[in-house]
Ligand binder design. Sequence first.
Ligand SMILES: [Zn+2]
Length: 271
Amino acid sequence: MCYECGPATRRSFARFLAAGAGLTVLAACTPAAPSPAAVTASAGPTAETATVGQSPEAQSPTPSPSATLARQFSLDDPASQWVIVNKHRPLAPADYAPADLVRPAVAISAAGEAALLNSTTAAAAEALFAAAARDGVAMVLASGYRSYGTQVTTYNGYVAARGQADADTASARPGHSEHQTGWAFDIGDGGGACSFEPCFADQPAATWAKANAYRYGFVVRYPWMLHPITGYYYEPWHLRFVGVEAATDMAKRGIGTLEEYFGLEAAPAYP
Ligand SMILES: [Zn+2]
């Protein structure tokens, strides 16, 4: 999905086979996806912190939010803050574009359309970034909106160069990117040393976001070790707005993915 997230020149992708599953996944926004070695090396503290509240049972389908939170928004409408986009659930229409894209008043390292978010997400991002700043945490908007047209260009470039199978490990197919909705963005810390890298997970911006983003309506969309459900490796930088109520409910109940929260099937790969 990342390559909805940034310029191709920043990216080098690796394909991974999930152990035992023959499952090919990729980091949704990772220019350099975590290698198996890197995953192993960081499995200790990162896994421990990244899976707070996520019991093994949490990786199985869990009850829908109806138990504690009414189904308030569509899961299918791209303009809905609860829209679920993954490898099984393309956007409809595929070339959807938000009608209310704006540039949030936050520190931005992205250029062009990538500096934009839908208006609801932009307002929430402003609150999120301000709260981080109050805690002394530097946070920048590294990549926001990515249009269908941009995704077509990116994806087709990969197909031409490497074939579709490899392209699917390196770039979201057009119409399958959460960034296209305006509800998601990637954060950095302005330093850049770990931007879009596994080590970003241990940077203050990421640890702060993981602990506090729900207060402002965001979830870390691709948590550690839940790639068999989300289809993407851990991306501590990719935040998705779902609203304070749902994000808080997920945090309290220790539910790591939107798929589990809304009772949807896992989407490890394209059908
Ligand atoms: Zn992203």
